[in-house]
Design a binder for this molecule. Structure first.
Ligand SMILES: [Zn+2]
Length: 425
């Protein structure tokens, strides 16, 4: 494209849509302050390429709306001490909700994604969408009341759940754990709470949390892989979150590794999930106990009447060879799967998270080793595998981060759900 063409296009945008340009500039300034602040107005002009006059006007608006604040004086070479501007994290708050089969977790966070309050509500009727919606509304109201955040500062609600979600229309197409098909979640909740509501797959929201507020700030190419009852994945490539054509990208857990292997929850056989997730480990442990192998898990199963992933992980920690081998076997399958991801995506970083990373290090160590063995030669050495253990509130925080991400996103990239207050009326 010739340079005259480029200039003409920019000129058209400027004259044709002034409000959008202003909104874009506000967003650029706010994001510079958020990511690199505290900054002086001169710093912002230099980093953004905007004029000092334009920066003064834009920062004036952001100060008036409370999004940024003055935080004292900086240093400069000519002896002056320019006023520094920083994000005001308490200028707004968002709520994140994580739905599981039997609970709702809510987290209230500030603009820097710090959790100011969270609660876990056990619920038995979530399979019924109407009852689930009523329970979400109750939980959000209770969490906000307990957090003592003024209602006027609450900027949005994010809902995260496992399944295939159309985030644009806020519809859950299919959620196997809740048994939902075609559930419209946002509208009835928006009507009641008068907040913009965003809905997204739970692993995607964790990925966004990492992209906006975690390791992803420094890595434009990374994968988030979660292990637990299932195995999930989120993809960030070129700094952009990747959804696929209908929002179904990242079904890493259902890549077939062993076609004649164990049955998977998805109906196929030998998926990564069926070979390496927590239930696969429990299944292997039961088989070992039933076949009479020498293991302390046998006593544990007799004493408690059951065998869980935690039992296997604890037995392995105590030096039980059978438990260690089961974790290592699951880890080898996981690592084989991860090596495929590295070969496909060539990420700088894989973040491994989810409840399955709390314990059972033998699975992760063996996954790391197998992954290295199967990576294509030239990609080896450039990949970092970081383990980030997490609790229930981290899922809800991830849902909140989705709303924050939307707030800080470049205006033309925003999902067009109503009501986020930053921008030009
Ligand atoms: Zn499967």
């Amino acid at each position: 494209m010739s340079s005259s063409k480029v200039n003409r296009r920019v000129g058209l945008v400027r004259t044709g849509n002034r409000d959008l340009m202003k909104e874009i500039n506000l967003s650029i300034v706010l994001n510079l302050i958020r990511v690199q602040g505290p900054l002086s107005r001169t710093d912002i002009a230099r980093l953004s390429g905007l004029s000092v006059g334009a920066v003064s006007g834009l920062t004036g608006e952001l100060l008036a709306s409370g999004f940024i604040r003055e935080v004292g004086a900086g240093q400069s070479r000519n002896g002056r001490h320019p006023v520094l501007l920083a994000l005001n994290p308490q200028a707004g708050f968002v709520v994140g909700i994580k739905l599981t089969e039997q609970s709702i977790v809510a987290a209230v966070t500030d603009l820097e994604a710090a959790v100011v309050h969270w609660r876990l509500e056990p619920e038995n009727d979530l399979q019924n969408p109407e009852k689930a919606i009523a329970a979400i509304i109750r939980t959000v109201e209770a969490a906000l009341k307990e957090s003592a955040v003024p209602p006027s500062r609450v900027m949005g609600l994010g809902i995260a759940l496992a399944g295939v979600i159309d985030s644009q229309d806020a519809v859950c197409y299919y959620s196997p754990i809740l048994g939902w098909r075609q559930v419209q979640l946002a509208q009835p909740i928006e009507d009641r709470l008068h907040l913009p509501v965003y809905v997204e797959n739970d692993v995607n929201t964790l990925t966004m949390a990492e992209q906006w507020f975690g390791a992803g700030r420094d890595f434009p190419h990374f994968l988030m892989v979660t292990i637990g009852r299932g195995i999930g994945m989120g993809v960030v490539a070129n700094g952009q979150f990747y959804r696929g054509s209908i929002g179904g990208a990242g079904e890493f857990g259902h890549i077939t590794l062993q076609p004649d292997g164990p049955r998977c929850g998805c109906g196929k056989s030998g998926c990564v999930e069926a070979l390496a997730a927590d239930p696969a480990i429990v299944r292997m442990a039961r088989a070992a106990v039933e076949s009479g192998k020498q293991t302390i898990m046998t006593q544990e199963a007799r004493r408690t009447g059951q065998l869980t992933f935690d039992h296997v992980a604890q037995a392995a920690n105590q030096g039980d060879k059978v438990a260690q081998e089961i974790l290592a076997e699951a880890g080898r399958w996981l690592g084989l799967g991860l090596s495929h991801l590295v070969n496909l995506f060539n990420p700088q970083l894989i973040v491994l998270s989810g409840e399955g990373t709390r314990m059972g290090d033998a699975r992760i160590e063996s996954a790391r080793q197998t992954m290295q063995e199967h990576i294509f030669d030239r990609l080896d050495g450039s990949i970092d595998l970081v383990v980030k253990p997490m609790g229930e509130e981290a899922w809800a925080r991830g849902a909140a981060c989705m709303v924050l991400g939307e707030l800080f996103k470049h205006p033309i990239n925003r999902d067009h759900r109503p009501g986020l207050p930053l921008g030009v009326a």
